[in-house]
Ligand binder design. Structure first.
Ligand code: TRP
Length: 433
C-alpha cells in the first residue's frame, strides 16, 4: 500500500503552549511513528510575517523555539521530512499559481478575514482597515503548503478546517483547468482533545493571552496551574467536571482510568488546591523528560539549523521537480520547448499509454486488468462469471475514469498505487482511447 502523507505546520509567531502540544504536536509526532505514514512537518515562518510585521527577532526566536519543541517531543528528522517553509522557494511560487485559480469571493469568506472586517464594521471604521493583503491571502499560502506535497491528511485544530476545505477547492479548480496534479487533502481532527481550555477557561490561545507555555521551568508551570480559574466551591463540596478547565486539562494528559479517578475525586469534593496539585504532577510527569531535551537544544541553534537544512533538501527533492511539472502545465515553459506541446504530449503519451486487457483464467472466470505501457499491472479485476460482465465493468472504468473506482470496489482487487491508477485512467480518457 502507498503510504499516507500527513502534513502539518505551525506558525512561528509565538512560544508553543499546551494547546499546541495536545492539539498538534503530540498527535502528529505519534502519527509519524506509525507504519505506512509519510510525514511532513514544517515551521510556517512565511505565515508568521502576517502577524508579526515589524518584529523580526520574534520570528527568529519563535522559529527556534518551535523547532526545538518538535525535536524535543520526539520527532525524528531522519524519518520524517522536517523543514522550514521559507527554505522552500517553490512554496511562494505555487502560492501565485493557486492565487490565479482562486475566486476572490472565496477568500472574502475566510473566517479570519471576515472577523477582521466585522470588527471594523462594529467600530465604524473602513471594512478593510488594518487588514493586510497577507491576511487576506493566508488561505492560499496554506493551500500551497499542503498541495505542494500532495498531502492526504492535515492534522489541524477545528479553527483550521475551513482552510483545508479551501485548499481542496483550489486543488479542484487547478486540476480542472490543468489536469490531475493535486491530491485533495482532508483535515484530520483529534476528536476528544481538539481544543484545550486556557487559564481563564476560554480556548487556550495566544490571542486571549491565557496560555500555559509547554516548556517553562517546573516551578513556573506549577505557579501557572495554581492560577487556573475555578468556581468558589469549598473543599468537601462536590464539584462539576462539566465545563471545568482544570478537569479538561487533566483529561488531555491522563489515561482513561486516571481521568475516571479524577472525576470521582471531583464528585467527592476534592479541594481545588489539591486538584491543581494533581494536575501539575500529571503534566510534569509527561513534560519533564522532554523539557530536559528542549533546554539542551535551545542552547545549540546550529544543531537545529542543520536538521532543518537536511529537511529542506528532502522537501525540495519533491518540490523542485513537481513545480517544474506545474510550470509546464500552466504554460510557463521554455520558449524552445515544442510549442505544440499539448498535442505532442498526447502523441508521446499515446505510445506509452496504459492498456486494458480482458482474459479468461483457468478457473473459467473472466477478468480484466489495466497495465502500464511496459506491461506492469496497475489494476486487476476480480473474476466475472460471464465475459459480458467483465467487458461492461471495463468499459465503465474507461468511460468514467477514477470516479468509478469506489463504486466498483467489490469487483476490483484494491490497487497498490491508487494515484498511478488514477493518472493512468485520466491519461486514457484524455487520449480518447
Ligand atoms: N495555519 C496554521 C495555524 O495557524 C499553520 C499552517 C500553515 C498550517 N500552513 C499550514 C497547518 C499547512 C497545516 C498545513 O495553525
Amino acid at each position: 500500500m502507498k503510504p499516507v502523507r500527513v502534513l502539518t505546520g505551525i506558525t512561528t509567531s509565538g512560544t508553543p503552549h499546551l494547546g499546541n502540544y495536545v492539539g498538534a504536536i503530540r498527535p502528529t509526532v505519534r502519527a509519524s511513528r506509525l507504519a505506512g505514514v509519510e510525514s511532513f512537518y514544517f515551521l510556517a515562518d512565511y505565515h508568521a510575517l502576517i502577524k508579526t510585521g515589524g518584529d523580526p527577532a520574534r520570528v527568529q526566536r519563535s522559529t527556534l523555539e518551535i523547532a526545538a519543541t518538535w525535536l524535543a517531543c520526539g520527532l525524528d528528522p531522519e524519518k520524517v521530512t522536517f523543514y522550514r517553509q521559507s527554505d522552500i522557494p517553490e512554496i511562494p511560487e505555487l502560492t501565485w499559481m493557486l492565487t490565479c485559480v482562486t475566486g476572490k469571493g472565496l477568500l472574502n469568506r475566510a473566517h479570519a478575514y471576515k472577523a477582521a472586517v466585522d470588527k471594523n464594521n462594529e467600530a465604524g471604521t473602513e471594512p478593510d482597515d488594518g487588514v493586510s493583503a497577507g491576511l487576506f491571502m493566508y488561505p492560499v499560502l496554506m493551500a500551497a503548503d499542503i498541495l505542494m506535497f500532495n498531502a492526504h491528511q492535515v492534522p489541524v485544530g477545528r479553527d483550521q478546517i475551513q482552510h483545508i476545505e479551501m485548499a481542496r477547492d483550489m486543488a479542484s479548480s487547478f486540476n480542472h483547468l490543468y489536469g490531475e496534479h493535486f491530491t485533495l487533502p482532508e483535515a484530520a481532527i483529534e476528536e476528544h482533545v481538539a481544543t484545550l481550555p486556557g487559564l481563564d477557561g476560554r480556548k487556550m490561545s495566544k490571542s486571549y493571552d491565557n496560555t500555559i507555555p509547554l516548556f517553562v521551568p517546573r516551578e513556573q508551570l506549577k505557579k501557572l496551574i495554581m492560577g487556573i480559574v475555578t468556581d468558589s466551591r469549598a473543599p468537601g463540596e462536590p464539584k462539576s467536571t462539566e465545563g471545568s478547565a482544570l478537569f479538561q486539562l487533566y483529561q488531555a494528559f491522563a489515561s482513561a482510568e486516571e481521568t475516571a479517578a479524577m472525576a470521582q475525586a471531583f464528585a467527592d469534593g476534592i479541594a481545588w488546591g489539591e486538584a491543581k496539585q494533581r494536575l501539575f504532577e500529571r503534566l510534569d510527569q509527561e513534560i519533564a523528560p522532554m523539557r530536559a531535551v528542549y533546554d539542551e537544544l535551545i542552547q545549540d541553534p546550529a544543531r537545529i539549523e542543520k536538521a532543518l537544512k537536511m529537511g529542506a533538501a528532502k522537501a525540495r527533492a519533491i518540490a523542485t521537480p513537481f513545480t517544474q511539472r506545474l510550470r509546464h502545465a500552466v504554460g510557463l515553459r521554455a520558449l524552445d520547448a515544442r510549442h505544440d506541446a499539448p498535442g505532442a504530449d498526447a502523441k508521446a503519451a499515446k505510445v506509452a499509454l496504459p492498456v486494458f486487457k480482458q482474459y479468461r483464467e483457468k478457473d473459467g472466470q473472466f477478468y480484466f486488468k489495466l497495465t502500464d505501457a511496459k506491461g506492469a499491472v496497475l489494476l486487476q479485476s476480480r473474476g466475472f462469471a460471464a465475459p459480458r460482465e467483465a467487458a461492461q465493468a471495463m468499459a465503465r472504468l474507461q468511460q468514467e475514469g477514477s470516479i468509478a473506482l469506489d463504486a466498483m470496489a467489490q469487483h476490483l482487487i484494491a490497487p497498490e498505487d491508487v494515484e498511478r491508477v488514477t493518472l493512468a485512467l485520466t491519461a486514457l480518457r484524455q487520449a480518447g482511447a
